[in-house]
Design a protein. Sequence first.
Length: 374
Amino acid sequence: MAVGGKTGHPDNLVLLDGLRGLGAILVVIGHTKASWGSFSAPSGAVIVDLFFLLSGFVIAFSYEPKFAAGMGAGEFMIHRIVRLYPLYLAGILFGFGVQVVMAMGDGDQGGRTVEDTKQLALHLLVLPAPGEPHHMIYPLNAPAWTLFFELLVNLLYVLAFRWLRNTRVLIVVTLMCAAGLAATVFHFGHIDVGWQWQTFWGGFARAGFGFFAGVLAYRLIGSPRTVERPVRRWPVLLLVFAPLACLTPATPELRPFVDLVFTAILGIPLLMFAQSSAPPAKYRALFAIGGRLSYAIYIIHLPLQVMMERIGWRFPGVYDLTPLPGIVILLVAVTLAYFLEKYYDRPVRRWIAAQMRARKLRRVDEEAAKAFAD
């Protein structure tokens, strides 16, 4: 999942970039378990909640001063769509293409292609595709479910900002979301919900708590206006939090408690510590790259697993080579993410921003000309 901010700027919150990059890799491993064999992490679900948390913090950091200066809901949502949609579109089209190609040779290929096309039409509008309770809400690219909830909670945030700017109100909202998240986790027995229709409503709890907890963390550290941070070595150790959250084993009875500890209890302190320092210079380039590629890795990786499953169906011996298939998926995902981020996402967003600036200038000129004529 993407967050706001100027990722890669030398004075940015680079340690948060490192967390995002590592988190994206862990999500890939968690989503491609069959290709890793016994080397796979038990779960990467809590990493998604970390993404929501980071998103809330960085968006508050980037936009709350702009809200105070008069930025409205419409302008904010345009910014968010411009930030998220290009890579989202690439992931959806990639997933659609993989589904169509992988269906070749199947007896029901035509029917599946028609169904995939219907789903594509909805996904292009960032809408879930209807299905049975056990079906994914974004069958062409399952991780896209987080983008739906991300944009929804962004909209709620900006519409309610006149009230949420009061930190006491924000605390109440965050606590209510925490209660909703706890109820969700205990109801389902785990936090890995929101991506299927039978657990769809759980996505509101996950996105709501994570995002508003991130905004609250920003307020609790004093709503800083600068990204400059003192250089320290020890905060780098916080990067072990992400794999620890994935690798911690738990029985079905303990799983709800483990998931809630890592998200609802440790999440805000982790974020507050992580943003307080900058890592040594020798780590900054790697962390910045991880932050830049994290969204692309996240949104592009799952169709690669679909391809690998098809290859494994045609050539069963492939899965005897684990973890090699998983390593291949990860390397291809990172490589694709690099090219997509550098040669597609950034240029497209830069072009859109230029068009928006030009349109704004034309509107200002037209208003000035009209005022002069009057």
